[in-house]
Design a protein around this ligand. Sequence first.
Ligand code: PXP
Length: 243
Amino acid sequence: MIKLGVNIDHVATLRQARKEIFPSVVKAAALCEKAGANSITAHLREDRRHIQDKDIYDLRQSLKTKLNLEMAVNEEIINIALDVKPDYVCLVPEKRMELTTEGGLDAAGQKEKLAKAVAKLKRAGIIVSMFIDPDIAQTDACKEIQADCVELHTGRYARCFKEYGADSKEFKEELERIRSASAKAVENGLILNAGHGLDYDNIKPICSIAKMNEFNIGFAIIAESVFSGLESAVKKIKDLMKI
Ligand code: PXP
């Protein structure tokens, strides 16, 4: 069974829209866990547009499953990670103006910098994942810098599904690209995760990838929760992930 990490950033997006103290990310995370989430992901962005520092500390205290901290390779945030000690961190690229994380990390192009960050985080007992495009060279770079996991970026997969459909050449090619990068990641001894843009409509085909450990899904679940409630939204996607 593929595990589900629920990204709760957009509960904080709603809260920050009014600079309120609700809706609570701790309460949201607890409901996700109750509904079967295997981990909770939160992205502490440099601009603090949704998740705040206190959220990370509060989640660390309250979670019964695992905390996955998404973060840029930035000294301030690395120091917070070393203090909080989440179970996992996922290193992502960050651009100030982007609506959401746009591309994967260029692991191959910045091996030295990333290797230092990976070593520092691993020394603190944190499992380190790299958010990369489904690309063989990037997957090899993750092994070289001794990351523990990869999270393959499924943004293009989601876009091809939406724009061209599941039977299109574009979608099938992207699924194959993910399949090849996944096989390489497993061959390289890396734990295989994937995420970004996954939703209730596009989740099925990617569930067929061998050795997939976990999907990280945020926006679609939080959006669905507006209509059906958070527990039901989590259960619904977990049901679709059964293969
Ligand atoms: N994984 C990573 C690395 C991300 O940056 C995001 C978006 O915050 C997600 C997964 C979840 O993407 P979505 O919200 O589109 O499900």
